[in-house]
Write a protein of this length. Structure first.
Length: 122
């Protein structure tokens, strides 16, 4: 089975199950940013089944597909995110911003207890 994750400018993240043509179905809504500027880019963490969403306000949020809850929020940039690339094998996220800055983020393999930390690589 294949899945499609979509995001919109209203701030909703939704998951759809893709089957044969005409048999696609909505699975669930993961997130709503509740009136804040919405989703610009989405990446999928295959190993941990998480969605990484970059927003218009420069934040990056990691969402649990299982619980539909945010796991971590990065104040990545002060301007809109213009590109995100997830490198699954290295657990690294690249983010670019409208101010032409690029950041490289090292993610943990799994989130441990309350020590949820993500390092920015300089």
């Amino acid at each position: 089975m294949f899945y499609l994750v979509s995001g919109d400018l209203e701030g909703c993240l939704s998951i759809f199950e893709l089957g044969k043509p005409g048999r696609e179905r909505f699975v669930k809504q993961i997130a709503s940013y509740q009136g804040r500027p919405g989703v610009r880019f989405i990446c999928w963490r295959e190993k941990s089944r998480e969605i990484i969403a970059g927003s218009h306000c420069g934040k990056v949020t990691v969402w649990s597909v299982k619980t539909s809850e945010p796991l971590y929020v990065l104040d990545a940039h002060s301007d809109p995110i213009t590109k995100m690339i997830w490198m699954e094998d290295k657990q690294i996220l690249l983010t670019c911003c409208k101010d032409k800055s690029v950041k490289i983020w090292q993610f943990p393999n799994v989130w441990m207890n309350e020590d949820k930390s993500i390092n920015v690589i300089k």
